[in-house]
Design a protein around this ligand. Structure first.
Ligand code: F0G
Length: 460
């Protein structure tokens, strides 16, 4: 194991939120009532909540102070202009359309740019992103490097786009049927894996040659920038802020779930450089989200977001944020627990396919493991495998993703190192008793994004 020099978080704690401890009996009852789906647990029955890093960050005192400066005018709120300035200065995009969260922006950009029959290549799918592309009449094609599908590969940039795969898609369908390349910084479903600056630059050259846009899912762009600084040759002395801006400069627009990197509990936006696309998006936002100067957000939310954006590109913040994830990951690796390598930016992903290799994918190994972990300690995690992958809308058949994972997602600035120790101990205990674990069957399946609301029962 690498030994890293100790550091402490660049903040101190001013207020605490009390959490409830539960007994194994209470947890068994709770998970049964939740249909063995951690999304359906009540948060008050959870001890350490690692379901997601989305909207779960602790805001700073500056952000809370900003909440008091909310200008709740229907039109032209001063906080919109602060947010616009933060987006322009930090990310370099010209035009801003605020939305209530990331999927609001995905909805709008998909409607504006995708025609029926179009094809959207991307570095692995994200659930809501792909669904909006499909609902707009498009088909998503995965062009991420093969290493991303192999949990054991230590390749440092598993978020990279495979240029040959991208060229093949362009050749097969022709550039006219490709409205944009969907490029995410730190790829969530691959385990929080970054794309390299070099790869992005090359993708930019290739797409420019064919006049194809790049739309950037910038939900965790600062985390990606941190990995570039740490791992990519020639970037060691660069600031996170300058790397973030450079990444954005190779793209034509972006969708943002500000609930992650940008340290807010709610919010998002669509950012664009091209006036015509912006104009159409601004037409749409008033239909689906709200007026173009609030997009479904309160003025105070936009103020907290504009402050959070600036805090997110601070090196010390990012060093502590990702450092905490690596701390948990290293503990599990040391104990021999199979996890996705390298450890990603926003969480540690357990390799449920390997851990529960006696459970077939049709009996949901990752869903099962997440439920077992909750029963063991009250730690809540999330399935990222066959349930999340859903069905092919054309054939109705299940997708069978190579990655069958349980995500331990770390909220920003919320938990301590001691919490991470408790989580590690619980995962290790479940791992040691893995042979006794049986799978699940699905007893209720919703039509869209089934992982959120599906229900399961244990196999006999
Ligand atoms: N893109 C990525 C990469 C995401 O991780 C998410 C959300 C979205 C888009 C959608 O944004 O939730 O604000 O509408 N991911 C959350 C998660 C839900 O838990 O990974 P949203």
């Amino acid at each position: 194991m690498k030994t890293r020099k100790s550091w402490a978080e660049p903040f101190k704690i001013k207020m605490v939120e009390l959490i409830k401890m539960t007994t194994p009996k209470q947890r068994l009852k709770a998970i049964r009532e939740a249909g063995y789906n951690t999304f359906l647990l009540k948060s008050e029955d959870v001890y350490i909540d690692l379901l997601t890093d989305s909207g779960t960050s602790a805001m700073s005192d500056q952000q809370w102070a900003g909440m008091m400066l909310g200008d709740e005018a229907y039109a032209g709120s001063r906080n919109f202009y602060h947010l616009e300035k933060a987006v322009q200065e930090t990310y370099g995009y010209k035009y801003l359309v605020p939305t209530h969260q990331g999927r609001g922006a995905e909805h709008i950009i998909s409607k504006v740019l995708i025609k029926k029959g179009d094809v959207i290549p991307g570095n692995m799918y994200f659930t809501t992103t792909r669904l909006h592309q499909e609902l707009a009449g498009g088909t998503f094609v995965d062009v991420i490097v093969d290493e991303a599908h192999d949990p054991q590969s230590d390749f440092p940039f598993k978020g990279n786009i495979d240029l040959q795969k991208l060229e093949d898609v362009i050749k097969k369908y022709g550039p006219k049927r490709i409205p944009y390349v969907s490029m995410a910084t730190t790829v969530n479903m691959a385990g929080g894996q970054p794309i390299s600056m070099e790869n992005l630059k090359t993708v930019r050259q290739l797409t420019q040659k064919h006049n194809i846009r790049i739309i950037h899912d910038m939900t965790r762009v600062a985390e990606n920038a941190y990995f570039i600084k740490e791992r990519e040759k020639g970037y060691r002395n660069r600031s996170i802020a300058s790397l973030v801006k450079e990444i954005c400069s190779y793209t034509d627009g972006a969708t943002m779930s500000a609930k992650k990197d940008a340290l807010v509990n709610i919010g998002g936006f669509l950012a664009l450089n091209d006036w015509n696309t912006f104009e159409e998006a601004r037409n749409m936002v008033v239909i689906y989200e709200g007026l173009h100067t609030y997009g479904g957000l309160a003025g105070r939310d936009m103020e907290a977001m504009s402050i959070g954006i600036r805090e997110s590109v601070d090196y010390d913040h990012m060093h502590a944020r990702i450092g905490q994830v690596l701390y948990l990951g290293d503990k599990l690796v040391e104990a021999g627990v199979p996890v996705v390598h390298p450890i990603g930016s926003h969480g540690v992903f357990l390799d449920a396919r390997t851990i529960l290799d006696h459970i077939p994918q049709d009996n949901y190994p990752a869903q099962t493991l997440a439920a077992e972990l909750y029963i063991n300690s009250g730690v809540r995690s999330m399935e990222r495998g066959i349930v999340s992958a859903g069905r092919n809308p054309k054939t109705g058949k299940n997708y069978y993703p190579k990655l069958e994972l349980v995500r331990l997602t770390i909220p920003r600035r919320v938990y301590t190192q001691a919490h991470m120790d408790v989580v590690a101990e619980s995962v290790i205990e479940v791992f040691e008793n893995r042979k006794k674990i049986k799978g699940l069957r699905m007893i209720y399946e919703p039509r869209y994004l089934r992982f959120f609301q599906a229900r399961f029962a244990p196999l006999k």
